[in-house]
Design a protein around this ligand. Structure first.
Ligand code: ADP
Length: 481
């Protein structure tokens, strides 16, 4: 089975969030299950620099304002089609904007181009390659499915995975004329969205099936509270909606071999975590003692509930926990967390920035990781936490609710608890969870068994990849029908 994945990000080449981890890991997990996944990505500078031999398998004399070509390359285990379009992607900064964080004004053009190429490949543009299925991700590649529907790939089964409904790719109607779509596409059941053009909306409309990255989030987005204006459409498509929880790369995230760690360990040698813990204490200027270190590795945003945490830092300290925060995001939130660190020297440490290596050390050395998200499609850091014996403390929402088993009396006595959940998501409930954590941490044997239980959880891609394969098969049977 040949699947074409179309995505704006793929680990390890280009990553701003969990989407990249998924698109980077899924092809590898699928390979052993008889599915060959090729991935179409934009030729950002870091991507173009990653391969030497350039051989175009398709050329565009004109694609959204300039010359472009598609290159078939293999980087590591990943089979890629790279869209080389310098006028769109050869820019310094991030994949979506300048280094200082403002979006590129022509993002609609950049990702319409990526999607158009996805649609062309689906329609057989590249000689010798015909995907059986096309799998798009988020708004940046969602239009692929519209180009397929209004072009010559309407018979090719398609799937869109929503990693975060908050990002929708909404643009004014003025761009429609430049998309190269027929006039009929600008309709309610096409790409039209509140009078403008909605990229994600168009994909949700055209896809044969829709997935999100956890079963609970799949249900939540059917409600006005989580649906972000798209709940009506999602409800209309409910029979084609699936929730498949993400896995993680258990080779990269393996405490027994992780090179970022000061000391490697397993469920049998948890005491070795002490050396990583010491490294965290030093990096975050925390007083060394026996109290639990609760960490945050996150974008510092409203979605992630960082304002809820920032408002109760004093309470966290009063309850006897130390706090280590690694993240970047909203300037206001960065400021209030830094101010909390200044108020509680030795008890609270904050590092502003993105630091992959430090994030590993924190999972390997902190006692717990707190994730107070207002909504969380899947979440990866709680899965890393499970694997590393860094006990997750999570808001009961989305993928957090699906992957963490709360340490209540029943779960503890059955030996299945893996972390702490709290609801509703507010400061009081969060502090209550912190108190439960501090109490549990004071009983070393019980705490170690909570850590070991989490470390036993299957957080690999294996089961989830199997679910994608089942869905691909279902879509193929619909094509045949
Ligand atoms: P989202 O994609 O919504 O940001 P996820 O939990 O799905 O949230 O994925 C976030 C990913 O980014 C994880 O791999 C996490 O470890 C990583 N991450 C987030 N912030 C940082 C940071 N400041 N430094 C290093 N890694 C980070």
């Amino acid at each position: 089975m040949q699947v074409l994945s179309v995505t704006p990000e793929i680990f390890p080449l280009i990553k701003t969030g969990g989407l990249a981890d998924v698109t980077g890991a899924l092809p590898i997990a699928l390979a052993s299950k008889g599915v060959a996944m090729r991935t179409l990505i934009p030729g950002y500078p870091v991507v173009m620099d990653a391969f030497k031999k350039k051989k175009a398998v398709y050329q565009y004399p004109l694609l959204q304002g300039g010359k472009a070509s598609v290159h078939a390359v293999k980087i590591g285990e990943l089979e890629l089609f790279v869209l080389d379009a310098p006028h769109l992607f050869d820019r310094q900064g991030g994949p979506y904007g300048t280094a200082s964080g403002s979006d590129w004004p022509d993002n609609w053009r950049r990702f319409a181009a990526l999607s158009q190429v996805g649609g062309d490949i689906a329609g057989g543009a590249i000689s010798g390659y015909q995907p059986d299925i096309v799998h798009a991700h988020d708004w940046q590649s969602a239009m692929t499915l519209a180009y397929m529907r209004y072009g010559n790939a309407i018979g090719v089964p398609s799937l869109i995975t929503v990693h975060n409904l908050a990002f929708q790719g909404q643009f004014g109607s003025g761009i429609f004329g430049e998309l190269g779509l027929p006039g009929v596409a600008m309709q309610l059941d096409g790409v039209e969205y509140y009078g403008g053009v909605g990229f994600l909306k168009a994909g949700l409309q055209a896809a044969w099936a829709i997935t999100t990255v956890s079963p609970t989030y799949a249900q939540e987005i059917r409600s006005p509270e989580f649906g972000m204006g798209l709940d009506g459409l999602i409800n209309m498509r409910a029979v084609d909606l699936y929730g498949i929880v993400n896995g993680i790369d258990v080779d990269i995230w393996n405490p027994a071999t992780d090179r970022h760690l000061v000391a490697n360990y397993s469920a049998e040698t948890l005491e070795a975590r002490a050396l990583n813990r010491k490294a965290v204490e030093e990096r975050f200027s925390l007083e060394p003692d026996d109290s639990p270190i609760v960490c945050v590795v996150s974008r510092l945003t409203w979605q992630k509930g960082m304002d809820i945490l920032a408002a109760v830092v004093d309470g966290v300290v009063q309850r006897g926990a130390r706090l280590a925060v690694l993240g970047s995001g909203d300037a206001g939130l960065e400021g209030s967390l830094l101010a909390a660190a200044a108020r509680h020297r030795g008890r609270v440490g904050v590092v502003i920035g993105y630091d992959e290596a430090l994030s590993h050390i924190m999972q390997g050395g902190c006692d717990a990781i707190v994730i107070p998200s207002r909504f969380e499609p899947c979440g990866l850091t709680q899965l890393y936490g499970l694997r590393y014996g860094c006990v997750p403390v999570v808001a009961r929402t989305g993928g957090l609710a699906d992957t963490i088993i709360d340490a209540n009396e029943a779960a503890l006595s059955a030996g299945v608890a893996t972390g702490f959940q709290f609801a509703p998501n507010n400061g009081g409930a969060l502090l209550h969870a912190i108190r439960r954590l501090v109490e549990a941490h004071a009983r070393p044997a019980a705490w170690a068994s909570l850590q070991r239980q989490g470390m036993k959880a299957d957080v690999s891609w294996d089961k989830s990849a199997e679910k994608y394969v089942e869905l691909y098969r279902l879509l193929l049977s619909k094509r045949a029908a």
